[in-house]
Design a protein around this ligand. Sequence first.
Ligand SMILES: Nc1ncnc2c1ncn2[C@@H]1O[C@H](COP(=O)(O)OP(=O)(O)OP(=O)(O)O)[C@@H](O)[C@H]1O
Length: 255
Amino acid sequence: MDLEIRNLSHKYNDLEVLKSISLEIRSGQIVCIVGPSGCGKSTLLRMIGGLEQPTSGGVYQIGEPPADSLNPLTYIFQDFALLPWRTAWGNISLVLEEHNLGAEAVRERIENVLERTRLTEFANAYPRQLSGGMKQRVAIARALAVNPAVLLMDEPLSALDSQTRELLMDDFVALWQREAFTACYVTHNLAEAVALGHKIIVLSRRPGVIRNVVEIPVPIGERQHGSPELIEIQDQLWEMMREEALSADRELADV
Ligand SMILES: Nc1ncnc2c1ncn2[C@@H]1O[C@H](COP(=O)(O)OP(=O)(O)OP(=O)(O)O)[C@@H](O)[C@H]1O
C-alpha cells in the first residue's frame, strides 16, 4: 500500500501550520521528514495517521494493506509508551488481544517480532529491567506485530543517548533489509535521516511548505556512517535548515 498526501494544508484557528503539502510514500520506502522546530512535522504525521483531519487536501491510501495487517497505520513514539506492569511479551500481546487471532497465531506473531528485534531472551522482562534502547525495541516489536502497512515514527530515537541511537539505527537498517517495511519518520537529527531515509522531505519554518526533496542514491544497507557522500548530503540538509532558522530569527528581530 502506498500513501499519497495531496495538497494538504492545515490551520489551528488563525495559526497556519502546513501549506500545500504533496508527497508520496511508496511501499517499502522510508520517508524522513525534517524541518525547524515548530514547522508542523508532528502535525503532518498525525494527519497521515488519520488522528486529525487537515483543513484542506487529504491523505489517500493507494492499494490495499497486507491481508494480515491488524492496524495499517501504526505509531512508534519517542517515549516508548510501554505498560510497566506487563512484560515485553505482555506489552506486545496487548495489541493483538482484541483481534480474535487464536492463541497459536498470537504466539507465532510475538515470537517472530521478538526474534526480529533480538529480544527473544527478554520476553519475560519488565520495562524497568530493560535499557532505554531495549524498551524502544519492544515498542518497535509491538508495532511490527500488527503487520502495519506504514509505520509512523515521531522522533523515535530522541529520548536515547547518542550511543544507543547509533545502535538502534543499525537495528533499523538490519530490520529493513531483512523484511522491507514502509515508514514515515519524523526527526530533528539529520544523521538519522541520511542513514535511514530513501527520501528526505525538508520542510520550511511555519507554515511548513516542502522546501526540498532529497533522494539518497546509496542503498540503505550500503551506507557507511561518516562516508563523504553521506556527509555531503547531511551538510546540504543542514544548510537548508540553517537558512530557515536564520530567516525566522530575522523575522523576529524585525517585530
Ligand atoms: N492541537 C493544537 N492546537 C493548536 N496549535 C497546535 C496544536 N498542535 C500543534 N500546534 C502548533 O502547531 C505548530 C506546529 O507544531 P508541531 O508539533 O507539528 O511542530 P513540529 O515541527 O513537530 O515541532 P518540533 O520539531 O518542535 O517537535 C506549533 O506552533 C504548535 O504550537
